[in-house]
Ligand binder design. Structure first.
Ligand code: MG
Length: 157
């Protein structure tokens, strides 16, 4: 068994779509970044790479690489899942937390879970996604950005 943690932050900006867990969420701002800036999937990828000691998202999918401009982060997650499989690992479960003051994310969590389950090819029961606020404190509280944490457990197949 191997455990890994991932953390990511992206800035909220007008004129961008808000994509979290592969879901497009109606909101007046979106996350800024080289890819689709899906902060939840980025934290998840880093937790998986961390558990397998395969490096990190910035090293494998650098934002200096034009191939990744505007890319759907679920495609990066698919690539990570293939790397894990090649290395002989299977995902046991993953638990994620999104830190956002707004918008309310609860209605979108089931769809995010389905998206991630289908890419990782594991049951939705092995995936948990939580959303919380930081009570108006800090950069998430001021609505300047969204952060996400992920903890994942892998098992040698
Ligand atoms: Mg990121």
């Amino acid at each position: 068994m191997r455990i890994g943690h991932g953390f990511d932050v992206h800035r909220l900006k007008e004129g961008r779509a808000l994509i979290l867990g592969g879901e497009k969420i109606p909101f007046e701002k979106g996350l800024d970044g080289h890819s689709d800036a899906d902060v939840l999937v980025h934290a998840l990828i880093d937790s998986l790479l961390g558990a397998a000691a395969l490096g990190d998202i910035g090293r494998l999918y650098p934002d200096s690489d034009e191939r990744y401009r505007g890319i759907d982060s679920l495609l990066l997650l698919r690539d990570t899942a293939e790397r894990l499989e090649k290395a002989g690992y299977r995902v046991v479960n993953t638990d994620m937390t999104i830190l956002a003051q707004r918008p309310k994310l609860a209605p979108f969590l089931p769809a995010m879970r389905e998206n991630i389950a289908s890419v990782l090819k594991i049951p939705t029961e092995d995936i948990n996604i939580k959303a919380t606020t930081e009570e108006g404190l800090g950069f998430t509280g001021r609505g300047e950005g969204i952060a996400a944490h992920a903890v994942s457990l892998l098992e040698k197949a």
